[in-house]
Design a protein around this ligand. Sequence first.
Ligand SMILES: Cc1cc2nc3c(=O)[nH]c(=O)nc-3n(C[C@H](O)[C@H](O)[C@H](O)COP(=O)(O)OP(=O)(O)OC[C@H]3O[C@@H](n4cnc5c(N)ncnc54)[C@H](O)[C@@H]3O)c2cc1C
Length: 291
Amino acid sequence: MRAFLPDYQIKAPGSLAEALGILAAEPGVWTPIAGGTDLMVLYNAGRLQGRRLLDISRLYELRGVKDDPGYLALGALTTFTEMLEQRAVHQFFPNLVKSARATGALAIQNRGTLGGNIVNASPAADTPPALLAYGAEVELVSVRGSRRIPYEAFHRDYKKMDLAPDELLASIRLPKPQGLGYHFYRKVGTRQAQAISKVCLAAYARIEDRVVADLKVGLGSVAPVPARAFRAEAVVRGRSLDALPLAEARAAILEDISPIDDIRASAHYRQVVTANVLAQMLLELGKVRTA
Ligand SMILES: Cc1cc2nc3c(=O)[nH]c(=O)nc-3n(C[C@H](O)[C@H](O)[C@H](O)COP(=O)(O)OP(=O)(O)OC[C@H]3O[C@@H](n4cnc5c(N)ncnc54)[C@H](O)[C@@H]3O)c2cc1C
């Protein structure tokens, strides 16, 4: 049943300090709303739990991009379109470009935010695998101050996060890759666009002397949370580009994931496709020219 608008209350604070004060006074009562592209779907379906909405969309403190020589910090309110307009995102984080382009259609990209994509905590969201592959950190703020944690530690279980009821996600910080690197992003859905992913895999490998010096693989839609493929990474790290262990890595990634059967795909499909996409990534990695 559709929601009844007068049942809802909304506050639109003009500053971050005011917003954090509201959250601290009544923790867990106010639901932050940024672009609203996830929350309004729930509202429309009458499934939005919280009746009190805290409109954070005008908080300039959560906007903007800081382009430092060592890292890029994206405000939580950065939209997909704004990400696509950033030269540094294209230069250093092409997987993030692909993930933003793969998200919804233009209206969603104009309105939806990176922070909302993270805190909505869908295992099928498109930016988290890219953020995991780049070793992102998230900055969380409350009246108690701010703290920064690795993004890989943020999602604890399905829709459960390291985010206190009085905290907001303020920004996402990405260390700029140094040296020779290889970027890979693939979303497998029913269609090329406007589809929720069945499997999503992002990877970033740092290459030194034709050896995989480091590798991070982020996965979507194959576990209760966006997840790193730690076992598969360990199998590949330190190996020569000329002898990448495809079969070993394929077996290892099946230990990293715990897919379910759902309306979009079976668990078996997701296992097969995850291993295949990893193999595709490794075959392409093996062809990187280093001379
Ligand atoms: C038609 C359609 C297509 C879509 N396609 C895709 C797709 O292809 N891929 C994909 O990944 N997603 C897709 N989405 C989902 C959605 O657009 C994204 O998840 C988007 O990034 C959500 O951002 P938002 O700002 O609109 O979040 P909101 O709806 O405003 O909020 C989402 C959640 O995050 C919380 N939140 C938001 N910002 C903060 C913050 N700074 N601090 C703390 N909590 C916060 C809110 O309380 C809420 O729980 C689609 C949605 C629609 C309606």
